[in-house]
Design a protein around this ligand. Structure first.
Ligand code: N0T
Length: 516
């Protein structure tokens, strides 16, 4: 039975067009929140946080594991913090996603232990073109890689020992927001030598093999009319910052893959990397470059088979835009960070319903005085009830999400012989709330039968049209509000009259959350 247990660790599995996380053999939806960077370094500080996140209906906490505190002296590991966090999470019936703050944290190497930071000969830093050093460990150093990967491997071995039977820990993030600054690539002697060397055949082979599918932003880089043939980086991809970034990406990726692979050798949990998204009109080097950015997805996929997911961190408002980009190339959507703000409530529905998202997680989730009042908490309560249904339908084409705001007020969702038109509740003009204060509305729509739908969310109004030319209108036969109790539908009021605008629509008003 040992092998049986070994195969029962959390893993990613395909269901239709979706990829789902399974925990203890069953699909799992991450209703998460990430702790502030320094919170998990102090057990007294953590004390009240568990109650806060429970009030917000989280089922998973994303927590850093700090290399400097895990391995304060070389080869001497201190598991006190990791153990306590795991035991406390378990006691609160919460899962954990561990974030390995190893060699890189938001480009920098601030979480490297003192014995690494102090020995720059043995653990070299990245250098700029003028030879000055950066507070960034070089990706071209075997010593850096070995030290980082070894610590990570020992962490995963330990997590396996204390947690494989419980699956408290369900996924692991490798490093954090990897990205080169303030130049597009490193200029150490080792980096320069690699740059003037041949482009690795593995990369050329991968790009040639996937020529038709690779993302257009990468393809445009060399035209991609013909096949790539061998040469140095500049011979193959041309001279310029874009090539510098691509080169650096390959080496970040191979490095990160080795760290992940070492960890998986002890305990093969699903592993992901997260991304500091760049913004328009900045050059490589000016934004954290060479990380798992949308234009570099193919590089990361080519070099990092041990990384299962490339994740976006949202600190910009372009939610649909970046989710569309990150769901290319068969990449599953997991959002480990999004700025903690009221719109998260609506966005959680959309990520999970529209993109078959594995999970959602506002950053610094403990930063609230009124946890139960947070929009995301209210959405999580609805999503918690609906989880079995959502998981059963993800990947089947019968689930979708809506995300609406003051400029994007209506979304049509085709569903069999119907078209559901989901509009922002503000468009009715019934609430008296000025347009500027509408806020985001969002929901999930699941078609559970030819003529039956479950809708859940906040601030949405749904009308129905028919695509069947022989019936002039689609009306509402029956509308019930209710909740799911242990996965079973428990109907509340039969909604009719004013609640359906006398049979014209289904409505979950702004400022309320519900399931119908
Ligand atoms: C995130 C977080 C934490 C145009 C920032 C976001 C977390 C890291 N970095 O609080 O540091 O560990 O992953 C960087 C996004 C910059 C905002 C750019 C606005």
């Amino acid at each position: 039975m040992l092998t049986c247990q070994a195969q029962n660790h959390p893993q990613l599995k395909k269901q239709g067009t979706a990829v789902q996380l399974t925990v203890k053999g069953k699909p799992f939806l991450v209703l998460g929140g990430e702790l502030g960077n320094s919170s998990a370094s102090s057990l007294p500080y953590m004390k009240d946080i568990w109650a806060t996140v429970k009030q917000m209906h989280l089922n998973t906490v994303l927590t850093p594991v700090y290399w400097e505190l895990l391995e304060p002296a070389e080869g001497k590991f201190d598991f006190t913090l990791v153990d306590s966090i795991i035991y406390q999470a378990r006691r609160h019936d919460l899962h954990l996603v561990l974030l390995w703050f190893g060699a890189w944290k938001n480009s920098m190497s601030c979480y490297a232990p003192a014995w690494v930071k102090k020995d720059q000969q043995r653990f070299p830093r990245a250098q700029k073109q003028d030879g000055s050093g950066l507070e960034i460990l070089s990706a071209f150093s075997h010593n850096n890689l070995t030290a980082d990967a070894k610590a990570f491997r020992i962490l995963m071995k330990h997590v396996h020992e204390i947690d494989a039977a419980y699956s408290t820990v369900i996924m692991v993030q490798v490093e954090n927001e990897i990205g080169m600054l303030t130049e597009a690539r490193e200029h150490t002697a080792a980096a320069d030598a690699a740059f003037n060397d041949q482009v690795p055949a593995a990369l050329l082979d991968h790009l040639n093999k996937h020529k038709e599918e690779i993302v257009p932003e990468l393809k445009q880089h060399w035209g991609a009319n013909g096949y790539l043939t061998k040469g140095t980086w500049e011979q193959v991809f041309g001279k310029g910052l874009a090539t510098d970034e691509l080169f650096q990406a390959w080496y970040y990726t191979t490095y990160t893959n080795t760290v992940a692979r070492e960890g998986k050798a002890e305990y093969p949990l699903p592993m992901f990397v997260n991304t500091a998204l760049n913004y328009k009109n900045v050059k490589p080097g000016e934004y954290p470059s060479a990380g798992p950015l949308p234009h570099l997805m193919d590089i990361w996929q080519a070099a990092a088979p041990a990384i299962d997911i490339l994740s976006p961190d949202f600190y910009n408002p372009y939610f649909k835009h970046y989710n569309d980009l990150y769901t290319r190339r068969n990449n599953p959507l997991f959002i480990p960070e999004i700025r903690f703000e009221p719109s998260d409530g609506a966005k959680a529905f959309y990520a999970i319903g529209h993109y078959n998202g594995i999970g959602f997680s506002p950053f610094s989730i403990e930063s609230t005085d009124k946890p139960a009042e947070e929009p995301v908490a209210k959405s999580y309560e609805v999503l918690r009830q609906l989880t079995p249904v959502i998981l059963a339908y993800q990947g089947t084409g019968k689930i979708d999400g809506a995300l609406l705001d003051t400029t994007n007020t209506k979304q049509d969702i085709p569903a069999g012989k119907y078209v559901l038109s989901v509009a922002h509740d503000g468009t009715l003009g019934w609430s008296g709330i000025p347009r500027a204060q509408w806020g985001e509305a969002g929901g999930i729509i699941i078609q559970t039968g030819e003529d039956e739908f479950i809708v859940a969310g906040t601030g949405i109004v749904i009308t129905f049209a028919t695509t069947d030319k022989t019936t002039p209108i689609a009306g509402i036969l029956q509308a019930d509000e209710g909740e799911y109790v242990n996965g079973e539908w428990a109907a509340g009021r039969r909604l009719n009259g004013d609640q359906t605008h006398q049979g014209r629509h289904i409505r979950i008003p702004m400022g309320t959350w519900g399931i119908q």
